[in-house]
Design a protein around this ligand. Sequence first.
Ligand code: ADE
Length: 229
Amino acid sequence: MRIDIITVQPELLRSPFEHSIMQRAQQKGLLEVVVHDLREYGIGKHRMVDDYQFGGGAGMVMMPEPLANILDDLQAQRKYDEIIYLTPDGELLKQKRVNQLSLKENLILICGHYKGIDERIREHYVTLEISIGDYVLSGGELPAAVLVDAIGRLIPGGLGDETSALFDSFQDQLLAPPVYTRPAVFRGWAVPEILRSGNFPAIEEWRHQQAIERTRQRRPDLLDENDQS
Ligand code: ADE
């Protein structure tokens, strides 16, 4: 999979992809992340990428021309499955959407800044708008890094233990059960006996019950969503 990220702050996106799972996926050739500095497509001597809003009001807007030009260049090179704009008014990101995106070949992510991007780019180029939560960040770079991380760890062959992503919280609309490692007793706090019993069907059942109980207590809304699907 190839992910092209368009940003005015490329430095913000260097380090997140240079570590652990992301790095391994890239070294194995399973994932290629290409960061583009929008300023290279900026207008005039000052490489302008933003301008005042029509109608007045505080805050700059990212101009359509640099974005349209870089998007045209990228689309001339390969076919993209989605052109995604990270924005607080987009679809709230859930695991189901991450799963879908992890099966795609080529994605473009556009990071907004200032007041956002000119609406005409959203209308004519963007195919999907994603928010990573109901709060406003200063730009789309961190949301883009979140999205690439969530997708990258699902790419087959990328994750260290291939099966572990399947048991994540949210994969089955349940939160993950509690986990323990050695020592079996730490400061007098013992690991639940069942986990040391060697009875694997019973352990599976215990984990499932714990997952349901944890979800009921912390995120009952997820159980309701289950009923509806
Ligand atoms: N840009 C600014 N805030 C954002 C958010 N919550 N999600 C996605 N993109 C954003």
